[in-house]
Design a protein around this ligand. Structure first.
Ligand code: ATP
Ligand code: MG
Length: 366
């Protein structure tokens, strides 16, 4: 069967802190799920972040970016740590991540936030509000107020010191993020809520107009609109009303963090960043967690679930993706927990052992 197997090139960027620990586990899970589903992976591991700074003097070596661009998908661990916190901006590990996003032109950031029945007690919300939450925030990542010009500092007509930024969206930027959001909603429950501030901001008025125009291509998706202040409120009042949310860069920055806190489990949450045609970037939302690095304590499930998103949204390999998602649920059902999600009566395991348990579940759920 191996001669007919589909084959993909995956760039692995372990990075810093717990990054190498969680990437090593996720790689094994990808390999096994792939082999069961007739998919072969060729892994190419590259330096990124602080590890790259120490070895090469820059946070994103040319060689790493080239390899990433030429691959089918990129799986990143985490970057950064105390050691580089005082570096100048261009020599910070985080700058490498911004350069990577720019280099791959990933304009769509997908962040699911699900309250799993096994972990409902971790939620910051009351059980009856948190139970059953399963939503996805699609955030525009390369436009809007974080990039718009003019920007800067200055003085107004009265001599007051000012700082200013500009929110700019071109119709094509809204159209392409809207299409990804409609496609995403279609793969989920078919409900899309577009969040804006169209009662006040011109960039939001265009946003709403374009989202409505693109909706004509997706008659099967049910579209609604909400102002961002209301959305922030509804997310904690009744998060179950949402399935897929699409919004601009700054609103998405805020709402996706709000949504992740509903779940209360930072070690469980994956993300995907997609472009129109090139490779996507897949990474856990947590950072490098230097406080627990090298101790085999990290929860690898966020990275394993990022690998599942890589399969589903990056390669279109839905069966292999669902096999991994089910395996994660199965390992949790069998009571295995890393420290960050541990509760009484469960079995406390480290990063490697959690990985072994997920592998067993991938294997037995044939
Ligand atoms: P960054 O700025 O890189 O996002 P941060 O300091 O904001 O980093 P994290 O590195 O994500 O945030 O860590 C926040 C806290 O959550 C830390 O106490 C860390 O140990 C914990 N944590 C993060 N990820 C995990 C994980 N995968 N497993 C267990 N604990 C984790
Ligand atoms: Mg942080």
């Amino acid at each position: 069967a191996s001669s007919t197997a589909k084959s993909y090139n995956i760039t692995l960027l372990p990075g810093d802190g717990i990054g190498p620990e969680v990437i090593s586990v996720a790689k094994n899970v990808l390999n096994l799920a792939g082999s069961i589903e007739g998919i072969e992976f060729k892994f190419n591991e590259k330096l990124m972040g602080g590890a790259a700074l120490d070895a090469t003097g820059v946070p994103l070596p040319e060689e790493t970016l080239t390899a990433a661009k030429q691959s089918d998908a990129v799986l990143l661990g985490a970057i950064g740590g105390y050691k580089w916190d005082k570096n100048e901006k261009h020599l910070k590990p985080e700058t490498g991540l911004l350069q990577l996003r720019e280099g791959l032109k990933v304009f769509a950031n997908l962040r699911p936030a699900s309250v799993l029945p096994q972990l409902v007690d971790a939620s910051t919300l009351k059980k009856e509000v948190a139970e059953g939450v399963d939503l996805m925030v699609v955030r525009e990542l390369t436009g809007g107020i974080y990039f718009g010009k003019p920007r800067g500092f200055g003085t107004d007509e009265n001599g007051n010191e000012i700082g200013f930024n500009t929110e700019v969206y071109a119709a094509y930027e809204i159209d392409r993020i809207a299409r990804i959001a409609f496609e995403t909603a279609r793969k989920r429950s078919g409900k899309l809520c577009s969040v804006d501030k169209a009662n006040v901001l011109e960039a939001s008025m265009l946003w709403r107009k374009r989202v409505i125009a693109i909706a004509a291509e997706y008659p099967d998706v049910e579209l609604s609109h909400m102002y961002v202040d209301n959305a922030a409120m509804q997310l904690v009042r009744n998060p179950k009303q949402f399935d897929t949310i699409v919004t601009n860069n700054i609103f998405g920055d805020i709402l996706s963090d709000e949504a992740s806190m509903i779940t209360g489990s930072i070690g469980m949450l994956p993300s995907a960043s997609l472009s129109s045609s090139g490779p996507g970037l897949f990474e856990p939302i947590h950072g490098s967690a230097p406080d627990i690095a090298g101790q085999d304590k990290a929860n690898p499930l966020a990275t394993i679930l990022s690998a599942a998103m890589l399969l589903k949204y990056g390669l279109g390999e839905v069966a292999a993706a669902e096999r991994i998602e089910l395996a994660v649920l199965d390992a949790l059902n069998r009571g295995f927990r890393t420290g960050d999600i541990y509760s009484d009566g469960n079995k406390l395991v480290g990063c490697k052992e959690m990985g072994e348990e997920v592998l067993k579940s991938v294997d037995t759920k044939k």
